[in-house]
Ligand binder design. Structure first.
Ligand code: CP
Ligand code: NVA
Length: 311
């Protein structure tokens, strides 16, 4: 497996390995040595980023390499150079490419032309690095993943999709509550149902947040308007998603020891109340911290050809 473009690229065993590696990097950041010595890793960001940009830079540095952040105006892409030519050229200097952009098709085109690993650092459709860090956080908190229900409440966008796919691969019980019209895509629903069943978990899709969080160990939400979403859709989204806000009342319907999770950035008073995200049950900042060992694990596993893949 050369690239990590989406969670469905991974086998269940690959995900387990990534979580093992990431746990090792939490304990001993230098345990993998420096496979990236004298190598660069271009990080192309066509959308803003705090966590992904900095945790990836830190992960590359830990592995001995030099991260180089570039934006759309700094490459020749906007002056007509093709994605394919860019990929081939990058392949002659770099060890891997990390990319955050809008269309998944652009990332797939880059990966197809690049002779080196390509990692999706968020697209309109997927956020695999986030999902690996999220499962690492759940495993760290509860000790194991199987037997726990993760309830995602809100917009069925990139974060929801990667989370549900990863949780299903890990054999968790997955529940998603989204308003009509904001459900995750059909392929994500099909993959989650199949993999949850295969790996000993379960899957429920509902429009009722209370149903989703019943018995949940984890209650997760994301922003109402993602970076790829049209600004003029804001009012419609707010109306549809307000009943899906995670507040103290919803948290009280989950397990007594349930935790709250959010990929960040968060909007207090919109998708989550300040009391929940800043309260004692919130793992949001632990998730953010875990982005570093999780990304280090992904880069290390790809660079050392440790992942089998399933495509
Ligand atoms: N969670 C996450 O990806 O954050 P950034 O957009 O700041 O990278
Ligand atoms: N769904 C959000 C996640 C941000 C990390 C977005 O795409 O903007």
């Amino acid at each position: 497996m050369k690239d990590l473009l989406q969670i469905t690229d991974l086998t269940a065993g690959d995900l387990t390995l990534l979580l093992e590696l990431a746990t090792g990097f939490q304990d001993d950041p230098g345990s993998a040595g420096h496979p990236l010595t004298h190598r660069i890793v271009p990080m192309y960001f066509a959308k803003p980023s705090t966590r992904t940009r900095l945790s990836t830079a830190a992960a590359v540095t830990r592995l001995g390499g030099t991260p180089i952040a570039v934006g759309p105006d700094e490459l020749q892409l906007r002056r007509g150079e093709t994605i394919g030519d860019t990929a081939r050229v990058m392949g002659s200097y770099a060890a891997a490419i990390v990319i955050r952009t809008f269309a998944d098709a652009d990332v797939a085109e880059l990966a197809a032309a690049a002779p080196i690993p390509v990692v999706n650092a968020l697209t309109d459709g997927h956020h695999p690095l986030q999902a690996v860090a999220d499962l690492l956080t759940v495993q760290e908190h509860f000790g194991h993943l199987r037997g726990h229900r993760v309830a995602y409440v809100g917009d069925g966008g990139n974060v929801a999709r990667s989370l549900m796919e990863a949780a299903a691969l890990a054999g968790m019980d997955v529940a998603v509550a989204s308003p009509p019209g904001y459900e995750p895509p059909e392929e994500a629903i099909a993959f989650t149902a199949t993999e949850a069943d295969r790996n000993g978990g379960g899957f429920v899709l509902t429009s009722d947040p209370a149903e989703a969080v019943k018995g949940a160990s984890v209650v997760y939400t994301d922003v109402w308007l993602s970076m790829g979403d049209a600004e003029d859709d804001k009012a419609r989204r707010r109306k549809a998603l307000t009943p899906y806000r995670v507040d103290e009342h919803l948290m009280a319907l989950a397990r007594d020891d349930a935790v709250f999770m959010h990929c960040l950035p968060a909007h207090r008073g919109q998708e989550v109340t300040a009391g929940v995200i800043d309260g004692g049950r919130s793992l949001a900042f632990r998730q953010a911290a875990n982005r570093l060992p999780a990304t280090q694990a992904v880069l290390y596993a790809l660079l050392t050809d440790r992942l089998k893949g399933q495509r």
